[in-house]
Design a protein. Sequence first.
Length: 228
Amino acid sequence: MSMITDGALPLLRLMHLVSPSLPVGGFTYSQGIEWAVETGWIRDADDLEGWMADQIGCSLRYLDLPLLVRMQAAALDRDRARMGGWVDSLLAGRETAELRREESDRGRALADLLVAWGLEDALGWKPQLARSQAAGFAFAAASWRIEPRDAATGYAWSWLENLVLAGIKLVPLGQTRGQQTLARLATLIPNAVAAALEVADEEIGAATPALAIASSAHETQYTRLFRS
């Protein structure tokens, strides 16, 4: 059997990280989409596309991705204190209890997986990584020498795919229409990543009032398919 070249391995590791089969529960969350559908804010594919595009241009571009890049740098430097500070910033940017709980629940699941994979120092870093899924993703990207731009692109894709698939089930949309929506939204990711790499520390932060309202209301929604 031929050996995998060093250049191909980071790409394969990234594909592993963003795979929907990863047991961190991403498919169980809708981040407010479930309530937005029930209340009529999202009624069709166009509404879903607008909802997601707004988040790509706001929270993903100015909060999630800039912090992910900084977490990866902290992991490369083996600076746990700096990592903890960036995790604090991310959790502060999660505007509802549901969104913060999702971040930490998925963080714990991914931290366990990193330890099971045998990544160097993963066990010692587990208290920091278990607080945030983004922290675990960044730690794995650093350990596997995935380029920060590629890591940010993969993270954005995984986030987008999970939520569009939730929308396909909830609106509901046909698979073809849903995949068309996903394909159009994917074209927004490269520019969001490029912009996120240029965001200064003092510019990090985003407000998404509609998402916050939907997520808060989802906590008491009468019937729910998704956890958030």
